[in-house]
Design a protein around this ligand. Structure first.
Ligand code: ADP
Length: 192
């Protein structure tokens, strides 16, 4: 049973690692980006509201995002642990998540900070643009997403570090090597 967050800039590989870690630990991966994209695809009310923000590389407003996560975390499969990928991304979301978890009388076990240098992030994001054609992987929007991350999300690492929750992991190299590094830091914490 483990409750963890994956935090890191766009292109660090959070989504890829989230899926592999979820499988490894037998917990659901909850990716707010994926949930928003699915809603955009299905043209739901939430999707219609989120799309314009996503296409500009801006964050979807906290109220929408918090409601979505509150709803998802209250589902049965999240009771035995979860991995949050891409949430929280703002201080307001950190506070809201704290509240959700205290209502459930649980807390986070670890925050995995996935790192990669700026050049590698750009290389991966533009590669993905060519492969997947995501509407927010154009050069202007990529650059906006990286600065929004630096402004609003990078500071959250200090917040969680002050609670001694952060494990920093190098996101460069083979996908399976990165997974192994993450599993290792998590197991080391669980044992200590
Ligand atoms: P990346 O981390 O590569 O930017 P994601 O798939 O995690 O990609 O997110 C894509 C977009 O979805 C973000 O740019 C943002 O518009 C929206 N989004 C995802 N998670 C959040 C969040 N926690 N708060 C606000 N917006 C979010």
């Amino acid at each position: 049973m483990i409750r963890l967050l994956l935090i890191g800039p766009p292109g660090a590989g959070k989504g890829t690692q989230a899926a592999l870690l979820a499988q490894h630990f037998g917990i659901p991966a909850i990716s707010t980006g994926d949930i928003f994209r699915e809603n955009v695809r299905n043209e739901t009310e939430l999707g219609l509201k989120a799309k314009s923000f996503m296409d500009r590389g801006e964050y979807v407003p906290d109220s929408l995002t918090n409601d979505l996560v509150r709803d998802r975390l209250s589902q049965d499969d999240a009771a035995a642990g979860f991995l949050l990928d891409g949430y929280p991304r703002t201080i307001d979301q950190v506070n809201e998540l704290d509240e959700m978890l205290s209502e459930q009388e649980t807390q986070l076990d670890v925050v995995v900070q996935l790192t990669a240098d700026h050049e590698e992030l750009l290389r991966r994001l533009s590669g993905r643009a060519a492969e997947q054609g995501r509407s927010d992987d154009t050069p202007d929007v990529i650059s906006r997403r990286l600065s929004v991350y630096d402004e609003q999300t990078a500071p959250l690492i200090d917040v969680y570090a002050s609670r001694s929750l952060v494990a920093k992991v190098d996101g460069l190299g083979e996908i399976s090597d990165v997974t192994a590094r993450i599993v290792e830091v998590i197991n080391a914490r669980e044992l200590s």
